[in-house]
Design a protein around this ligand. Structure first.
Ligand SMILES: O=C(CO)[C@@H](O)[C@H](O)COP(=O)(O)O
Ligand SMILES: [Fe+2]
Length: 215
């Protein structure tokens, strides 16, 4: 089963409620949080997640592109995030483990994300503790970038690790996903597809969601 997670980074923030309505047929909503430190861009944070939680029943998939994310787990849990994904590069190992432990305490689903430079093997110490692994297929920080096909072998390698060690874990791909690259990442083993520009840049976002599902 393929899950589509529209990224609201490509929405019109002045009309966010309208743009969330436009993707209501997707089960998930992908929320990109950027701090201007882990990535150069600054996007949105806790108050927007809180407002989204009141507005939609969609599963709130919050991608934290922030340094030392353990500092914000409680705040995003209070705001109503369903899943928090932290980058392995965003802290030293005790910090990432502390972030995952805090999510466990709060009953929030736990994800880890990898920049393109980070090898598949980096997930191994965490694989039995997480609900989702996110492979970035662009450098994190901005929507609308070109898909990095050199990440496909990494997706396939992580799918093999998941099958061996934690088959319930989801494998999400984020960056440059469109109907063509969607097929490639699904073939490699992804089962959650994030898409920003391919959905919000399309004349009919609902149709774009169906196209990403291969319907
Ligand atoms: O996390 C990020 C960017 O850092 C993404 O979630 C983007 O928002 C995806 O946008 P597209 O590449 O699909 O336009
Ligand atoms: Fe993202």
């Amino acid at each position: 089963m393929i899950t589509i997670a529209p990224s609201i980074l490509s929405a019109d923030f002045a009309n966010l409620g309208r743009d969330v309505q436009r993707v209501r047929e997707a089960d998930w909503l992908h929320v990109d949080v950027m701090d201007g430190m882990f990535v150069s861009n600054i996007s949105i944070g806790v108050p927007v997640v809180k407002s989204l939680r009141k507005f939609t029943d969609q599963f709130l998939d919050v991608h934290l592109m922030i340094e030392k994310p353990v500092r914000y787990v409680d705040a995003f849990a209070d705001a109503g995030a369903d899943l928090l994904t932290v980058h392995l590069e965003a802290d030293m190992p005790p910090g990432i483990q502390a972030a995952l432990a805090a999510m466990e305490r709060r009953g929030v689903r736990k994800g880890i994300a990898l920049r393109p430079i980070t090898a598949a093997e980096a997930v191994l110490p965490y694989l039995d503790k997480v609900d989702l692994i996110l492979v970035m297929t662009v450098e994190p920080g901005f929507g609308g970038q070109a898909f990095m096909a050199d990440q496909l072998p990494k997706i396939a390698a992580i799918r093999r690790y998941i099958q061996e060690r934690n088959p319930a874990c989801r494998l999400e791909v984020d960056g440059g996903v469109d109907p063509v690259t969607a097929r490639q990442v699904v073939e490699a083993g992804a089962d959650v597809l994030v898409a920003g520009s391919a959905i919000y840049g399309a004349p009919d976002p609902a149709q774009a969601i169906r196209a990403l599902r291969g319907e």
